[in-house]
Design a protein around this ligand. Sequence first.
Ligand code: PLP
Length: 468
Amino acid sequence: MTTTPIETETSGTGFDTTDLSARAREHLWMHFTSMSTYADADVPTIVRGEGARIFDTEGRRYLDGLAGLFVVQAGHGREELARAAYEQAKKLAFFPLWSYAHPPAIELADRLASHAPGDLNKVFFTTGGGEAVETAWKLAKNYFKLVGKPMKHKVISRSIAYHGTPQGALSITGIPEAKMVFEPLVPGAHKAANTNFYRAPEHGDDLEAFGRWAADDIERAIEMEGPDSVAAVFVEPVQNSGGCFPPPPGYFQRVREICDRHDVLMVSDEVICAFGRLGTMFGCDKFGYVPDMITCAKGLTSGYSPIGACLVSDRIAEPFWTGGASFPHGYTFGGHPVSAAVAMANLDIFEREGLAQHVLQNEGAFRATLEKLTDLPIVGDVRGDGYFYGIELVKDKNTKETFEGEEADRLLRGFMSKALFEAGLYCRADDRGDPVVQLAPPLIIGQPEFDEIEQVLRSVLTEAWQRI
Ligand code: PLP
């Protein structure tokens, strides 16, 4: 057991980096982290945030190029969000949503329904994104049992997509390396093509033909499994994992038609893409489709307190609302009053400051600034939407040859992540598909920060190329 207090007056910031690192190494199991990488190195420890900046134990300042983890839409250090949490905790710190309600959850459900497209008017709260995905799959299975189609239970999702870590959500996830050590997972989750146009040479320049092909691959998967056995299709508006694959024009309209044709529910997993990330309240609004369910979390509170939600259409909720059936599912902390109150205050900021509109107004400038990097030999593709971008790194721009195995590992984990951080930019170098640098900054930034991101990336990517 450790007894030393966390704050000591040794580095001028009030934190003792060496001591904190030692204690982290001893006790703190970091997520998706190879702990041995810190055996002889300090654990990067962030102590404070302000706007789009974060600060470490040494007082060093970084631009938060990933909004924490696609979360801090309104930026760090917002007193009014902290105050909303304080006020609610004082009034009612906790009560469950198990047969009882509380005002913050009621108000937030009402507000989310008012923002949601179509008839998505029912809100089932969770504590995070993976639980929202888990909820959507369970609800789809339960719904079809109630409407007399009990065999419909499978799901189709897209290759390399990430949908969370609970075992159902992990089955839906399409990243083999994230799943292997947990097999066997929940059966019935099958994969179709994603919308990685950069790696679809057979379609040449014809983005729309590629989109038709990619949507039809979902239909192929439904038919292969048997439509009578398929309950839902899970899609992100812009697929994160693999490096920001936007949908080709018409893609989601075709997926919607396919789902309707086979009586399969369309679930829009917006854990990243909702709440202004693409410049609209929900990602589906940006691309003009109406799903049967939306899963969301992260940006709903800008991270000031955890919450997630599964938004459900009236049609899917109907047999539960009128038929006497209950959905036997829930979480102690789902729709936590403090988190719900913080979400309300966060949505007030969205409205008052026009955060989503700010993204729409500036997304072109963000894209144009990042596209300057395409003059570098290592940058193969810059893609994304809104304030959500992936920069794919290649060995050869002409052949699109990628970095693989040990080389990708050396480039991304051995050099890039650390070099970007040391240069003052927190973002993510990822190789769950082909190697990419991912950016999803707080929604409050503008041209000065775009330029800063471009300059740091330019210098680090130039050095990376020299090292290859
Ligand atoms: N779904 C998507 C699309 C995500 O990006 C994530 C996390 O990044 C999740 C689900 C899982 O969310 P959480 O980590 O809150 O469980």
